[in-house]
Write a protein that binds this ligand. Structure first.
Ligand code: ATP
Ligand code: MG
Length: 404
């Protein structure tokens, strides 16, 4: 069936007035962005709905991309035809031939904005229903929760028919507010999910990764870039990937701090670096993938010790989630397979055998007094490299494929 347009219903549009306009404008922009390589389509954001006119474009490709755009509650591919009963019936029959396999129940649900139309909704339901019985005499009607709901909508400019309501990603369109968050992105399972959830709130992100070559491998870095590429499918535009050289800091910590305190010191140094980068790049938030109680560094006492180095809000979108819940979400958004590739990151390699679950601040301060913190942070931040990564970016894929 060649659909003529896609009708998009907005997500959390409880906001009114100016905010609503900003929401719709941003959503139109993001949808245009993810569909920009598809010829012929035209996008119109009305107050109540968005219309994507297909002009012959293939719905299947657009379907997959739209599902990843935040701010969309549901969408339906529709066919617009003349307001002529013979045409409406024939289109309804064609649609049912495509979806009915002999077992589904159905109903016709009509709406009429154009009150001059020859039939009212009751008459429309009956007429279209009869057209379906003509081709499938044994089909069963069910009023409550039918398998197939055939919608017929009579409007001023034509009759619209559809049978699918596809669930969107909900949330807010990315970029709807001017905040920018800096995501601490490791190669693990949790932080990409945290990034996804932040994007879902409409907040743009930049990914910051601490790499410690030669202890960490180039593959580990590529893996993290690949995770950024997957996240960029949800952001609708490229994500800046910021690599921070972290080797020297880790070596210094290893040299000067007791084993049990190395994790705390490492996290504090990461936070100092990312906070500097955030400030320079105009960000207002830091996001990480910590989940309460998951590992030793993720106790409340540990968070207190780590947080001490900054006043910047640190958002932990997965803090209350079980590991299994995080994994489920990672699978759904497509990051899980990439996250479980076995390349070690800096924390795995330098991880102490028994990190303190209740780090004492006076001890933390004592170990840090052996480090030239400012110089270390200066040097790491001066050495960052920034790469824009988008859904179209191929991250060294030939090389990477061989490793799987
Ligand atoms: P993840 O699955 O996200 O790696 P995790 O359960 O392994 O999380 P930790 O290793 O304790 O937890 O890391 C906690 C958080 O610190 C991570 O979710 C991430 O936000 C941040 N983090 C850890 N290592 C790095 C790194 N090398 N670069 C950037 N951020 C990191
Ligand atoms: Mg990790």
């Amino acid at each position: 069936m060649q659909y003529t347009e896609i009708m998009v219903r907005y997500g959390e549009l409880s906001t009114k007035g100016k905010n609503k306009r900003v929401f719709i404008q941003q959503l139109v922009k993001n949808v245009s962005n993810v569909l920009r390589d598809i010829d012929g389509i035209k996008i119109k954001g009305n107050d109540d709905r968005m219309h994507i006119h297909l002009n012959g474009a293939d719905f299947a490709v657009i379907n997959e991309r739209l599902k990843k755009v935040f701010g969309i509650q549901t969408f339906s591919p529709v066919v617009r035809v003349e307001k002529e009963m013979s045409v409406i019936n024939a289109t309804a029959q064609e649609m049912m031939r495509e979806v009915y396999t002999g077992i589904e129940t159905f109903k016709v649900a009509s709406k009429r904005q154009d009150h001059k139309f020859e039939l009212d909704t009751y008459g429309l339901n009956l007429a279209v229903g009869n057209a379906i019985f003509d081709i499938f005499p044994d089909i069963k009607v069910q009023m409550k929760k039918p398998d197939i709901e055939l919608r017929v909508d009579i409007r001023s400019d034509g009759a619209y028919l559809s049978h699918q309501v596809i669930k969107g990603a909900s949330g807010y369109p990315v970029g709807v507010n001017s905040d920018l968050a800096h995501l601490m992105l490791s190669g693990g399972i949790d932080s990409p999910v945290a990034g996804y959830l932040m994007l879902k709130r409409g907040v743009n992100i930049e990914a910051v990764h601490f790499a410690s070559p030669p202890y960490t491998s180039p593959e580990s870095l590529e893996k993290t870039k690949n995770l950024t590429r997957i996240l960029s499918e949800y952001s609708g535009s490229s994500i800046q990937f910021i690599e921070v050289p972290f080797t020297k800091i880790q070596e210094e910590i290893k040299k000067h701090a007791d084993d049990g305190y190395q994790m705390t010191l490492t996290r504090r140094m990461m936070l100092r670096c990312i906070d500097r980068i955030r400030a320079e790049r105009g960000g207002s938030l830091i996001v990480n993938g910590e989940s309460l109680g998951q590992v030793a560094s993720q106790t409340v006492q540990s968070m207190v010790a780590i947080n001490e180095v900054t006043n910047t809000p640190i958002i932990r979108p997965v803090v209350t989630m079980d590991k299994t819940e995080i994994i489920e979400l990672a699978e759904r958004i497509g990051t899980f397979e990439m996250s479980i590739q076995p390349f070690e990151d800096c924390c795995t390699i330098f991880a102490p055998k028994q990190p303190k679950t209740r780090p004492q601040l006076d001890k933390v301060h004592k170990f840090e007094s052996y480090l030239d913190i400012d110089a270390l942070v200066d040097e790491a931040c001066a050495g960052i490299t920034i790469t824009p990564i988008s859904a179209a970016t191929k991250v060294e894929d030939d090389e990477f494929d061989d490793l799987f």
